[in-house]
Write a protein that binds this ligand. Sequence first.
Ligand code: AMP
Length: 506
Amino acid sequence: MNISQLLQRSAQVFGDRPAVLAGAQLLHDYRQLTARVVALAGHLRGSCGVRPGERVAIFSANCPEYLEALHAIHWCGAVSVPVNYKLHARELAHVLADSGARVLCVSAALQADALAAGAEAALLQVLGDAAWQRAAQGQPLAMQERTPDDLASLFYTSGTTGRPKGVMQTHRNLLAMTMAYFTDVDDVHPDDAMVYAAPMSHGAGLYNYAHMLRGARHVVPASGGFDPAELVRLAADVGRLSLFAAPTMVHRLVEHVRATRGDGSGFKTIVYGGGPMYVDDLRRAMDTMGQKFVQIYGQGECPMTITALAREHLADTAHPCWERRIASVGVAHACVEVRVADADDRPVPTGELGEVLVRGDTVMAGYWNNAEASAQTLRGGWLHTGDVGSLDEHGFLTLRDRSKDVIISGGSNIYPREVEEVLLLHPRVREVAVVGQRDADWGEVVVAFLVAEGGEVPDAELDAELDTLCLDHIARFKRPKAYRWVPALPKNSYGKVLKTELRACL
Ligand code: AMP
């Protein structure tokens, strides 16, 4: 099977239903979209010589042609390499060289960066330019046969540490991930609309498949990204809008809705994940926009499908475990097994911390050209996520931190997330990231980097208040030894805090 069969099926079943919208404006129905994809696939094969199994990269901010490029690549049996468009030319060069992609689909705005990264001008396909439009009307290509274990996509990890590695995602992985959306995240109706507010090269783009399969609408905001005011307008104009958003985006959207006295109407489902959502932010989000939220926990190595915290669980405020549950990442997706294990991969008892391991049809085939890292990460047939967490008696997983982020002070483990949750209780703290600083006496000590609410310049009194707050909530040894106030936290282009950078400046 080729993951493109989803699109082929939708062209038959939902041919005249709206497929792609630029902002609120309809561009193509499913029949038209598929005709363009099939012709573009013919162009990739005929003019660019792309063979099945060959890698073809996409380097662009969100745009309607992104979907065409992605599906044309699958259709002709090639392997998509979605590259984060915020990467530096040097990082793009690494992805191109490592993946061996000859052909690069690029937005006009990023063409110069692509050339600087060493991409060959002749093999640049500029999304939406005149040649692209001609190719989209050209000779069709029959969908190429693929086996479930053939490679569909190479996803380069976001690289909060080290060099990005190419995660090999097969057609089976993508199909299982698509089905998992329906079992564990949300049902999708043809009247629904998926809006791409987060980068299509990452989680948001992966949700296109479930929405393709159900003949829903695909909305690309005119801004090509995340603008809360634009999203609210689209929700009103397009309706039944669903989106995937990082927690920082949810926060900004909620603050905008509150400031404009809105209520979230027009939004159907907001799936959040990719990083920790702090409980206070989540409560505020639900109070403001209602029960529209679903959390997922995944990683490139197991895209979007390790656990999910369903709308029903978030809504079940009367449940005795509700407080704990909303701080968790939910229960294992139906398509995977999840366990928490010790350093020897033995499952730990309920409630105890260990590394999160995953096994199932959505787990990657391995890392591209990196047998050693693949063997290490997939040892024993389980994906070792590098995340530390615990399972409760009902199967809810609570994440603590990346194992690399755990602070060991005086022989005791300190999980930064726990300290961060406490510091965020203070109304004058907007954002926080806790890291370990090397220390001759203790091994490491806790340091908190903080962003003040409203950009105010904090005073020593506030540090003292934070100390008291910590002493009221957590063990004394977990209290930060230093508070560093900064205007903003360093984040990668997906909004994840770069703790390596924070540690480097200590
Ligand atoms: P990436 O491969 O770039 O998507 O990063 C995956 C990592 O992001 C995971 O291994 C987790 O550390 C983190 N992550 C993903 N989803 C969540 C979530 N819902 N809550 C907390 N951390 C998350």
